[in-house]
Design a protein around this ligand. Structure first.
Ligand SMILES: [Zn+2]
Length: 270
């Protein structure tokens, strides 16, 4: 930085900006060269593939995608087409708090590998392709008016992990669908035990009162369509607890979009 002595104002050194631009350009060029040198790899198994950011053919074949026809409420597959609005016996017997649920895949094979890599191996780049699949699975529930809200982490877990994987996915879904990314509407006010290994009843007790609306956000939620995003869905007790909070604040509709469905009662050939 140089000094304009007549006025006392600091002015930029004539070379500093040019040097900064040159450094950025050099870094970008280096990244482009690296991309050119390193062959693209499967986002799951690291096999070499033709285009970056995709699955290789064997992983694609093993990816347990959930496809239509499915239950209107729960997004669980039907063995034959019963019409767009058909409910599964489970949805009829025990209607969920939320309006509709859609999941990309079963929590198996490459789908569980991707979830674990995003969450525990620092592969935050996976949020882009995973968000693409989420936006596709949620095409019939997402619109430009939707608020995309990630299931929040408790601050202590966020501090330990340094990022919320559901928020990374939600940001990606919002970017790809044109909906509004709203990461700060819900707060997790109680640390809850990991849900793995708990019965359905224990899960409900575990997450009861764990979530709250953030202060002064009632007006943002009232009358709106919310799409809750999570990476893995088991019994749905976490998203049900979030839904109750949002509906109590006046949300018009709450739908759920999860990457992987881990409920053992759900299969692709139900
Ligand atoms: Zn692969």
């Amino acid at each position: 930085m140089g000094m304009d002595t007549s006025s006392g104002r600091r002015i930029a050194h004539p070379f500093s900006k040019a040097a900064g631009v040159a450094a950025v350009t050099a870094r970008r060029s280096f990244a482009v060269i690296l991309d050119g040198l390193l062959p693209p790899r499967c986002i799951c198994c690291q096999n070499r593939i033709a285009d970056a950011g995709r699955l290789c053919a064997p992983c694609w074949q093993k990816m347990p995608f959930l496809e239509k026809p499915w239950c209107y409420r729960l997004g669980t597959p039907f063995s034959h087409d019963m019409g767009e609005a058909a409910w599964s016996p489970k949805a009829i017997a025990d209607p969920p708090e939320f309006d509709r649920l859609r999941a990309v895949a079963l929590y198996q094979g490459p789908a569980s590998d991707l979830v674990l890599s995003l969450k525990y191996a620092g592969r935050r780049d996976l949020a882009v392709p995973m968000g693409h699949w989420l936006a596709r699975a949620g095409a019939e529930i997402l619109s430009a008016d939707s608020l995309v809200v990630p299931v929040p982490l408790h601050w202590f877990r966020l501090w330990r992990r340094r990022f919320n994987q559901a928020a990374d996915l939600a940001r990606s879904v919002a970017q790809q669908s044109g909906a509004s990314f709203q990461p700060e509407i819900l707060r997790r006010v109680r640390r809850t035990r990991q849900q793995v290994g708990l019965s359905a009843k224990q899960r409900h007790a575990n997450v009861r009162a764990a979530f709250k609306l953030a202060k002064h956000r009632e007006a943002d939620v009232f009358g709106r369509h919310i799409v809750l995003i999570d990476d893995v869905l088991t019994t749905g007790s976490t998203v049900s607890a979030c839904t109750k909070v949002l509906k109590a604040a006046g949300a018009a509709r709450v739908d759920v979009l999860a990457f992987a469905h881990a409920d053992p009662s759900v299969s692709r050939d139900a």
